[in-house]
Design a protein around this ligand. Structure first.
Ligand SMILES: Nc1ncnc2c1ncn2[C@@H]1O[C@H](COP(=O)(O)OP(=O)(O)OP(=O)(O)O)[C@@H](O)[C@H]1O
Ligand SMILES: [Mg+2]
Length: 549
């Protein structure tokens, strides 16, 4: 029997976080995790349940990923124009290509077979022993993946593919090298190959559901499509992050479930360590950890404000480290900032990274403070202003922050924040008027989602006449003689002459007046129910439920 549920229970996220496995849907999980893992472990990259021989989509060059966006993620008009021109021109494709049979193409590409040397593994990438062992069996490539790699080699994107840098549940990452045509030095690349073992992808659905970039949704019946979608998502997200100048692998090419990216490592092909494995010089460690913590908060804010993304699996496992610099990787599950659960994911990212840095002895900021820093629409989005803003947050913390009670209080605050319900849009706000009023009265700081509301709520003093009569009633100024003083007076109106000359004495007059006052009273109580004008509220809700980029 479980312990009594906490008051926050209904709001607790329905998933748990496992390091390097992302967020596990621990409730209502369709496939038991053990089963999913077992099935996935059996699967070679790109293999398992599909017909290996169907190679049309690989050989067909037109199927290449193209979202018609430029490298910055915005529509690339000139490129699209040129493509259209080509489509409508009479230029024919080379006849040789048109008539080449699938077999011919395969045998032509197969000449590159010797350039894939998966046994060429860099030892001691500081991986755990069992992972290294598994690597050998996991490195068997299925025919589809092999053909894609041949094609990538054929185009000169890479010249050789080497052993795995990492073998995981959902993807293997291989080292590769491109020898440039000219005399330049060889360039290292990384190739991430997603596995099409469908089971391991099932619990990823929550990242796609609600993601407007994937409106057509994931076709759960087709694992190949699913995996292609994940690779595509990673590619797109990488492009956006890379374009924003955040340190991450350069997205280079995508073909179905195979993604070629820049290599994060040295010239010899040694990958940078994960942050978890970073080896900092002991004498400077404290200083560097703090510097990295601040750097990461800046990256998270920039990612949110500029890329409009939440990483959603951020931890010491998905950050690489080299020379005081952090590199963000593994962004296939990253979601748009207006994804229904993005703020929940953001809060988890803050917790996981904060926990890690605390373990390194860094004096971290409150989760809540970090959350506000990242989501606030006001403030810098570039270094060095980002770091300066964070230093200011430290400075403005109460001076007593280091004593024991303050530390305990900090833990309590973090715990409360982690269990708080975070509405994502104003539609989810329980009582909009009440919350808007709080902001108006300067209590907005208490709201976890104040940054969602802040720029949209019309403060009472700026509001139109409709609201001003209400908001002024508190301080007694500018009372409307008939409306605001009538709460308990209507039986005795003759005595209230101080406000004006006596009005008509005739019986009908009195009746009339009573009616008028009654109507006014009703109107007023109606108005109270709707402090915020409907049209305003409507607009408010509409803008927050789908913030345009
Ligand atoms: N561009 C890169 N350059 C160098 N190393 C990389 C690069 N991308 C990934 N790696 C290495 O591969 C590892 C796994 O990459 P990533 O985190 O993207 O895969 P993953 O989705 O976590 O795979 P899985 O969940 O199946 O383990 C990383 O920890 C990192 O060591
Ligand atoms: Mg990872």
């Amino acid at each position: 029997m479980e312990a009594a549920p906490s008051p926050a229970a209904p709001h607790e996220p329905p998933h748990v976080y496992t390091a390097n496995n992302g967020y596990d849907e621990s409730v209502n999980q369709a496939v038991p995790r053990s089963l999913a893992t077992a099935a996935a472990a059996e699967g070679a990259p790109g293999a398992v349940d599909e017909d290996d021989t169907d190679l049309d989509d690989i050989l067909n060059d037109d199927e290449d990923y193209d979202d018609e966006l430029g490298p910055d993620g915005e529509p690339d008009l000139s490129r699209n124009y040129n493509r259209q021109r080509l489509l409508h021109s009479n230029i024919q494709k080379p006849a040789a290509n048109t008539f080449a049979s699938v077999d011919d193409q395969i045998s032509a590409l197969s000449k590159h077979a010797s350039k894939i040397r998966l046994d060429d593994v860099k030892e001691s990438q500081e991986r755990e022993k069992d992972k290294a062992d598994r690597a050998t069996s996991d490195q068997v490539l299925d025919q589809r993946t092999r053909m894609i790699l041949y094609q990538i080699i054929n185009r000169g994107v890479v010249s050789e593919v080497h052993g795995a840098i990492s073998t995981g549940k959902e993807a293997n990452v291989y080292g590769a090298v491109a020898y440039p045509d000219t005399d330049g030095p060889p360039v290292q690349r990384a190739i991430k190959v997603y596995k099409t073992a469908i089971l391991s992808f099932k619990d990823r659905e929550r990242y796609i559901t609600g993601e407007h970039r994937f409106k057509s949704g994931a076709d759960k019946g087709n694992s190949r499509k699913m995996v292609k979608l994940w690779a595509e998502k990673e590619f797109r997200n990488l492009r956006r992050i890379y374009a924003a100048g955040i340190a991450c692998p350069e997205p280079i090419q995508l073909k179905l479930h195979v993604l070629v990216m820049g290599f994060l490592g040295d010239k010899k092909g040694w990958a940078y360590p994960r942050l978890r494995d970073a080896n900092l010089p002991a004498e400077e460690a404290d200083k560097i950890w703090r510097h990295l913590y601040i750097q990461l908060l800046g990256i998270m804010r920039r990612m949110y404000q500029v890329c409009r993304l939440v990483h959603a699996d951020l931890s010491e496992y998905n950050i690489l480290y080299n020379k005081n610099q952090l590199y963000i990787i593994d962004v296939s599950q990253s979601v748009e900032h207006d994804h229904p659960r993005s703020l929940e994911f953001l809060r988890m990212d803050i917790k996981n990274t904060g926990d890690f840095f605390r373990r390194q002895g860094v004096d971290t900021l409150l989760d809540r403070t970090v959350y506000d820093f990242i989501t606030s629409s006001e403030g810098p989005v570039e270094e060095p202003a980002l770091s300066e803003a964070i230093e200011q947050l430290y400075a403005s913390r109460s001076a007593a922050a280091s004593d024991e009670t303050a530390v305990a209080q900090q833990e309590v605050d973090n715990e409360v924040f982690r269990n708080q319900y975070i509405p994502q849009t104003l539609e989810q706000v329980y009582d909009i008027e009440k919350e808007a009023q709080k902001i108006g009265e300067g209590e907005g700081n208490q709201l976890v989602y104040r940054n969602l509301l802040a720029d949209k709520v019309v403060l009472p003093d700026k509001a139109g006449e409709e609201q001003s009569s209400d908001s002024q009633s508190d301080d007694g100024a500018a009372l409307d003689s008939d409306e605001d003083s009538d709460v308990d007076e209507d039986e005795d109106d003759e005595s209230k002459f101080s406000k004006g000359p006596p009005r008509g004495k005739r019986f009908e007059d009195k009746d009339e007046k009573k009616q008028r006052k009654q109507a006014a009273k009703e109107a007023k109580s109606e108005k109270r129910k709707e402090k915020m004008p409907k049209h305003l509220k409507k607009r408010l809700v509409a803008t927050s439920s789908r913030k345009k980029r």
